[in-house]
Design a protein around this ligand. Structure first.
Ligand code: NOJ
Length: 558
């Protein structure tokens, strides 16, 4: 297998709005990030992924960009950003930026031009269609609820928006648009950034004709996703992007790809095809959702999780490359989701980290994960800020007359605001995030859960992550080893082997709050028992037969 720096990296994601506020306006900013770089360096990560900091009206917190070449005022200036790049590089780390090019903001100059008239030169940068029988051009639902089309009375046509109506989709069929995007990407890479995380990049090619989807019983709109995910020209576009831009730099690329499966991921990440380095799959993040999508809650079956992660580990091995993540700015906090955010918060956070970080792939840590931050339960919908959450509430409770309590349960479990409460730096007011009024309330548990406490306590989750990162740097088996699942049918234990040259790694994790007997299957050859890491005091040395304590994790090397 070919060795690359991005395979050996650990990435830390910063959601700037909630990271650290340096000027007291209640909103995190670039100077705030610069102030905290030593905290990240000490943690040991070597790549930072920065969520969008470009100019934006913030309908979707920066994922609606109105100018790709400017920095949002609230976050600072271009000089601040250049300083951030320099300070990151001075510490031997790298920076990847978010690339949001499935759509722009409706306030982007291109769209402002496009909506002026049907013959405006920018019209074809977006996807416009006349109505059908006085209604929308097709029945697709927007990913943020409601129709995916917005009527423009001035030109008597609709434009497509797979997200909010302030995020019109770009028309990648237009070669001029593609050239503009590539130019913009080169402009950023020439500024010295080290790669891109590409927002819903597998949505950019739509099936011609934009056919209707199938409406589920009880719903008004259909998911059009099979007509825009991994669409007919997606690989062609990415290969063109590679040729025109990526191949000219030593960069790291990761594509966010809802609805990607292993077979498609092989195509996206096989280096011979010259597309991307890795993708974010959503499959393991949907195992606790029912048929009606993310708000349709369902308990996780550990066997499903194991089966899924195993499929990805084996499927991409030697062909492409995996990204490994539990959290990001769109997902609830993992310790509240697959762990226990009460009695066993520390143990389960460490266990989940072990399970993920010992896999093959590039691990991603989302801000606050390294201190075990938890989900939030705001009493009132008024305290939520996320457009997806607010749209859901309006659609279900205000328009749909559903019981607010039930809808709030879904919001507590899955709202994106779970990940967006400010990073808890200390037990000072507002968790030390700001001296002002934060744009979204802090989680009241910051007195116990905060970075200051975590850095000071050698047994903290933070120090455990540090150790996991160090182990990855030290042992190539963790990066490159083959993977083999053990005990596939077990409902509580997730155990696997990694195999590399003459070494083996045995990873054993307990996903339950019970004491569970573990027994190494007899056909597994594993002899010596060098304990690399564990999340409990050890009082036995039996790697092949012992009782796993609640959320216990152990890693042995031979
Ligand atoms: C995925 C991003 O991660 C999410 O935050 C955003 O709302 C959508 N793409 C639309 O850009």
């Amino acid at each position: 297998m070919q060795k690359n720096w991005w395979k050996e990296s650990v990435v830390y994601q910063i959601y700037p709005r909630s990271f650290f506020d340096s000027n007291g306006d209640g909103i995190g900013d670039i100077r705030g990030i610069i102030k905290k770089l030593d905290y990240l360096k000490y943690l040991g990560v070597n790549v930072i992924w920065l969520s969008p900091v470009y100019e934006s009206p913030n309908d979707d917190n920066g994922y609606d960009i109105s100018n790709y070449h400017k920095i949002m005022d609230e976050f600072g200036t271009m000089d601040d950003l250049v300083e951030l790049i320099n300070e990151i590089h001075a510490r031997g780390m790298k920076l990847i930026m978010d690339l949001v090019v499935n759509h722009t903001s409706d306030e982007h100059e291109w769209f402002q031009q496009a909506r002026k008239s049907k013959d405006n030169p920018y019209r074809d940068y977006y996807i416009w269609r006349p109505g059908k029988d006085g209604k929308e051009p097709n029945n697709w639902r927007s990913n943020f609820g409601g129709s995916a089309w917005e009527y423009d009375p001035d030109t008597d046509e609709y434009y497509l928006h797979l997200f909010s109506k302030k995020q019109p989709d770009l028309n990648w069929e237009n070669p001029k648009l593609r050239e503009e995007i590539y130019k913009m990407m080169r402009w950023w890479l020439d500024k010295g950034i080290d790669g891109f995380r590409m927002d819903v990049i597998n949505f950019i090619s739509k099936v011609p004709g934009l056919p209707d989807g199938k409406i589920k019983p009880g719903e008004t709109y259909a998911s059009g996703s099979k007509f825009y995910r991994n669409g007919p020209r997606i690989h062609e576009y990415l290969q063109e992007m590679h040729e025109q831009v990526l191949s000219k730099y030593d960069v790291m690329t990761v594509g966010e790809m809802p609805g990607v499966d292993v077979e498609e991921a092989k195509k996206y990440t096989n280096p011979e095809r010259k597309e991307l380095n890795m993708v974010f799959t959503f499959e393991h993040m949907s195992l606790d959702s029912g048929p009606y999508g993310k708000w349709d809650l369902k308990p996780l079956m550990l066997t499903d999780l194991k089966e899924n992660l195993t499929k990805w580990q084996k499927g991409l091995n030697g062909i492409g490359w995996n990204s490994l993540y539990w959290n990001n700015h769109d997902q609830p906090r993992i310790v509240s989701r697959f762990g226990d955010d009460g009695k066993y918060r520390v143990e389960s956070a460490k266990m989940l980290a072990t399970c993920l970080h010992m896999l093959q792939g590039t691990p991603y840590i989302y801000q606050g994960e390294e201190i075990g931050m938890t989900n939030i339960r705001f009493d009132s919908i008024e305290d939520y800020r996320d457009i997806e959450t607010l749209n859901l509430y309006r659609e279900k409770v205000i328009v749909g007359n559903e019981e607010p309590e039930q809808v709030m349960e879904s919001i507590y479990a899955k709202s994106r605001d779970n990940a967006r409460t400010p990073l808890q730096w200390s037990d000072n007011p507002q968790a030390g995030f700001t001296t002002g009024e934060p744009w979204i309330k802090v989680n009241p548990n910051y007195k116990e859960i905060n970075a200051k406490q975590s850095v000071e306590d050698p047994n903290s989750i933070y120090h455990y992550y540090r150790k996991l990162i160090q182990l990855r740097k030290q042992y190539p088996i963790i990066v490159y080893g083959d993977y083999q699942l053990l005990l596939p049918e077990h409902e509580q234990i997730f155990a696997y082997l990694r195999i590399y040259q003459d070494q083996k790694l045995l990873v054993i994790t307990n996903f339950s709050e019970d004491n569970i007997p573990f027994e190494l299957p007899v056909d597994v050859e594993f002899s010596a028992n060098d304990l690399l890491i564990s999340n409990y005091e050890m009082n036995d040395n039996n790697f092949n037969k012992f009782i796993l304590r609640p959320y216990e994790a152990r890693v042995y090397l031979v």
